[in-house]
Design a protein around this ligand. Structure first.
Ligand code: SAM
Ligand code: SF4
Length: 468
């Protein structure tokens, strides 16, 4: 099965046409689409196009309310937490928005050795993390090549500290060949994450003037190769700020539908980074198509309605206040206590931007992020149960779509949060968290409550990694 030509599934003329036809959608039609979205079956491209121009405050409010209802009915109050682990900022590409681009001399270059990776991992484990996202530039240390990534993943999984360990390693690395994807699959990763950055071919060429990443087709077909290699959890994304967000989400929807048609399953997650200021990148200081906070909320709400079962990931890039609002609209996963410079966790204090990929909007510790999330009545989750029971890709979606998955996710969220509270939380976070657990149990139906209480009792009695 060869890579399909991307012209066959990313059709720019089609997105232009849909947006042109839907410049001023009738409020009646908008309300019909919102009502349809509440059936949790997703939205078609014309329906998504009709939601993009909304500006009337009343209709916007209805859009946000619908997104909030879909979010609550599928994801409940859970927010999954992870930490990025930057292992290398060596890169041979020239992405104009990124501090790691090859010709940027303002950034100190560093690829962590395996001992350093183990040290970083240990710190993250001791902070309470269970899920990592391993990130690297597109150039691996000489002699080691792609094996460097595989060795790094193995190293992370091998580190143990007290009762803790990393239970799921996701990766965000450059596109691979089919053979390399097979090796990546065998390393036991969770999600393979890759952002197209922009789906617009002209803009893509302008912002990627040199290096392997210039090749749009190679990048946009990466998930085809990953899925053919047996990696069933893929994480799609757009870097917002490069081109008109309306075109971008319609094109991403084409990409998602292509994967669904070809492999029977779409992406597991969608990431929504916005360009952040990066050292040595003029473009990052003034993004060509900057997305306002209001438009960003619209993006999250529309995606929540369009692909209701695909988790939405937001990173530390967004400030704490905006993150709070976006949880309500659809975000289901966030990073906490992050650093975007290789070795950043081992070095005390705040991030050193001289080696970082971009500046952080939020430099709070994981404990502070968790306390904040808990105070909002949301349940921080470190669950990795699905992945470890093989509920990935299509199997996951088959459970998620009829609403079955919550029977697993809700108890697993509570048990992993209980672990965190017992093993890592500060006294204040423990107090807030224990109250939240009590409240969550009180709201449950009797049978559900019994099952959840039994799992929590096992954790309190000293058992770890309790999941269903
Ligand atoms: N080098 C690989 C690649 O580009 O696919 C993977 C790692 S790269 C560090 C991960 C992502 O960081 C990129 O896909 C891009 O979307 C994002 N990124 C780059 N510069 C950024 C910036 N200034 N602000 C926010 N995100 C940025
Ligand atoms: Fe390199 Fe990725 Fe940054 Fe581009 S986005 S310069 S490929 S690290």
């Amino acid at each position: 099965m060869p890579d399909e030509d991307s012209d066959a599934f990313i059709n720019e003329a089609e997105t232009e046409r849909l947006l042109a036809e839907n410049r001023r959608p009738d409020p009646g039609l908008v309300r019909e689409i919102l009502a349809r979205a509440l059936e949790l079956k997703g939205l078609s491209s014309p329906q998504v196009a009709a939601l993009t121009p909304l500006s009337d405050p009343e209709l916007l409010d209805e859009l946000f309310t619908a997104a909030n209802r879909v979010k609550n009915s599928i994801y409940g109050r859970r927010i999954v937490l992870f930490a990025p682990l930057y292992i290398s900022n060596l890169c041979s590409n020239e992405c104009l928005y990124c501090a790691f681009r090859a010709r940027n001399l303002e950034v100190g270059r560093r690829a962590l050795g395996l001992e350093e990776i183990a040290r970083e991992t240990k710190i993250l484990i001791e902070g309470g993390h269970k899920r990592l996202l391993l990130v690297a530039g597109e150039s691996y240390p000489a002699q080691r090549g792609f094996q460097y990534i595989l060795d790094a993943i193995r190293t992370v999984y091998e580190v143990k500290s007290g009762p803790g360990e990393i239970r799921r390693v996701n990766v965000n690395i450059a596109p691979l060949s089919l053979e390399e994807f097979r090796r990546l699959r065998d390393s036991g990763i969770g999600t393979y994450q890759l952002f197209q950055e922009t789906y617009h071919r002209g803009v893509y060429a302008r912002v990627h003037p040199a290096g392997r990443k210039r090749d749009y087709q190679w990048r946009v077909t990466a998930f085809d190769r990953a899925m053919r290699a047996g990696i069933s959890d893929c994480g799609i994304g757009i870097l917002f700020g490069l081109f008109d967000w309306r075109h971008e989400i319609l094109a991403m929807l084409q990409h998602i539908r292509h994967l669904e048609e070809r492999f029977g399953v779409g992406p597991h997650t969608v990431s929504v980074p916005r360009i952040e200021p990066a050292v040595g990148s003029d473009m990052s200081q003034q993004p060509p198509a900057a997305v306002s906070d209001l438009d960003f909320r619209k993006i999250v709400a529309i995606l929540r309605l369009a692909v209701p079962y695909t988790g939405i990931i937001m990173s530390t890039r967004e400030t704490a206040n905006l993150r709070r609002e976006l949880f309500a609209l659809g975000v289901s996963q966030i990073s906490g206590g992050s650093r975007t410079n290789p070795g950043g966790y081992s070095e005390d204090g705040l991030q050193d931007d001289g080696e970082a990929q971009f500046s952080l909007g939020d430099q709070r510790t994981l404990d502070e992020v968790i306390r904040d999330v808990a105070k909002l009545g949301l349940i921080p989750s470190f669950c990795t149960g699905c992945y470890r029971l093989g509920r990935t890709g299509k199997d996951f979606m088959d459970l998620a779509k009829p609403g079955e998955i919550r029977r697993h996710c809700d108890p697993n969220a509570l048990s992993t949060f209980q672990e965190y509270l017992l093993d890592y939380a500060s006294p204040e976070t423990r107090r807030v968290g224990e109250q939240l657990l009590r409240d969550a149990l009180e709201e449950m139906e009797p049978m559900e409550k019994d099952k959840n209480e039994a799992m929590l009792a096992r954790v309190r009695a000293g058992e770890r990694d309790v999941f269903c």
